[in-house]
Design a protein around this ligand. Sequence first.
Ligand SMILES: C[S@@+](CC[C@H](N)C(=O)[O-])C[C@H]1O[C@@H](n2cnc3c(N)ncnc32)[C@H](O)[C@@H]1O
Length: 194
Amino acid sequence: MPHKFHPGHMARLESEERRRRQPPERLLAAIGVRPGWRLVDIGCGPGFYTLPAATLVQPGGRVLALDIEDAMLARVRERAAAAGVDNVETHRSEESHLPLPDGAVDAALVANVLHECTDRSAFLAEVRRVLVPGGRIAVVEWRKESMETGPPLAERMAEDDVRQALVDAGFTVTAALYGDTTGSTHFGLLADRP
Ligand SMILES: C[S@@+](CC[C@H](N)C(=O)[O-])C[C@H]1O[C@@H](n2cnc3c(N)ncnc32)[C@H](O)[C@@H]1O
């Protein structure tokens, strides 16, 4: 079983130091998040990407923040209320089931989550199901290298493995993101649902 991020450590996910290393707006801009979009942030944690995304989809858009941990969802609601953001919905997710109808969203963000999933192909099939045809998925993961922070090396996914998992799930990979966009510790892949 892959190790899950413990909600007791959520402060790490919303630190100023992380914001400096990985400005969330850069990733969201690379994804092409725009006004009116319905975006699902799956495994949202305390909302590091959820809250800036909620600003970028305005006017008219919504961000659906999903996590298997109620404590993470409570923190997203708390932060959204404090920021006066009213276009974020939180929903408790299940391991390989997303509580959304077919074709519910324009884009899905899966940041630092895929390596934690017990059944990656079932998870990605669910993401595909909830995207509109032509919808976009962004997967962000830790680079598979030894580092002082982040998940153990053995639990990290190589970029080629993420790419293959996306292709196997029926997505078309369109771009790879590194460096300034993801921070030097991470990489990202963008893919479209045909
Ligand atoms: C390392 S945190 C990343 C949080 C956030 N995406 C970020 O980058 O700041 C991983 C999150 O994914 C959640 N998670 C793990 N497996 C999940 C699954 N199958 N479905 C939804 N959420 C999941 C965990 O509860 C945790 O909040």
